[in-house]
Design a protein around this ligand. Structure first.
Ligand code: ADP
Ligand code: MG
Length: 275
């Protein structure tokens, strides 16, 4: 594993296909790096290349929006970044700063065993899913304490979980079971669960995709407040254009490639005008 001093640029930004409408400061350290990342699925003897040799870097504190048609590979990419799934080839490297000695550690999660990836994910990554994925037999509080208990090393598990549930507006529903909650409330629990271990990277896979518009907006505002508002890195797959308008960087997944928003717009003058 490589080590770099905190705060210095770890690597030069990857070349983009066209100018980027980015608000993220370029001196931010790299937190996530994709190198020649590919994923193929074989179905009925036929091979399909879903992600095609992706090369990208993402920066600490950035809010990245990933757009793409259904089936374009958004969930596949998020699952490779989180280590839930393994690529066909290429690497995902995540830079952590919890060594305690002022250095950053580069962890190539694609080089880890499945068990080591799980441990890394529990410690450093928070995930919000479209369908909430709460455990139905656990209370709201237990759903949120579980990741802290699995990650270990925390003494005030209940207090932390309860405090965060208070912040998402569910402080009075700690002993309720998920099936008694509305979709928006379940997603608020899921957001608390994703953040309770103070992850450095939050992945959200269409977090408002299963909510009505108004509920989706309030859940999204909450998610942004608790992630971006706290300087955390947020990588979100979404269909919602109003979300993309708030992102530091918008990327489109098209035919297995990531292209910048500007490059994508330039290719679709019919939708956006050519200027
Ligand atoms: N386990 C799998 N086996 C075969 N094909 C898969 C598998 N998972 C996803 N795919 C295919 O990969 C493509 C991308 O899927 P996905 O990442 O879920 O897209 P998105 O999240 O953008 O809707 C789809 O064509 C899907 O059918
Ligand atoms: Mg998906």
């Amino acid at each position: 594993m490589q080590r770099h001093p905190v705060g210095s640029p770890i690597a030069a930004p990857a070349a983009e296909s066209g100018p980027q409408p980015q608000r993220a400061a370029p001196h931010r350290p790299v937190i996530l790096c994709l190198e020649q990342l590919s994923k193929r699925y074989t179905e009925a003897g036929e091979e399909r290349l879903v992600l095609d040799a992706l090369d990208r870097e993402f920066y600490a504190g950035e809010f990245v929006c990933l757009l793409g048609k259904s089936g374009s590979g958004k969930s596949t990419l998020l699952n490779l970044i989180s280590g839930i799934d393994a690529p066909s080839s290429g690497d995902v490297t995540i830079y952590t700063d919890d060594t305690g000695d002022g250095t950053v550690e580069a962890v190539t999660i694609t080089a880890l065993s499945e068990q080591a990836r799980t441990l890394f994910r529990r410690r450093h990554i928070g995930i919000v899913f479209q369908f909430f994925n709460l455990i139905p037999t656990l209370t709201v509080l237990e759903n949120v304490t579980l990741p802290l208990e699995l990650a270990g090393g925390v003494s005030d598990v209940r207090e932390r979980a309860a405090a965060l549930l208070g912040r998402v507006g569910l402080g009075d529903r700690l002993q309720t079971y998920p099936d008694k909650l509305s979709g928006g409330e379940q997603q608020r629990v899921a957001i608390a669960r994703a953040l309770v271990h103070d992850p450095l990277l939050i992945l959200a896979d269409e977090p408002t995709g299963n909510l009505d518009e108004e509920t989706g907006e309030s859940v999204l505002a909450l998610l942004l407040e608790l992630t971006r508002g706290a300087g955390k890195t947020l990588f979100m797959a979404t269909h919602a254009p109003e979300v993309a308008a708030q992102a530091d960087r918008v990327l489109h997944l098209v035919h297995g490639k990531l292209i910048s928003d500007q490059a994508w717009r330039a290719q679709h003058p019919d939708l956006y005008g050519s200027d």
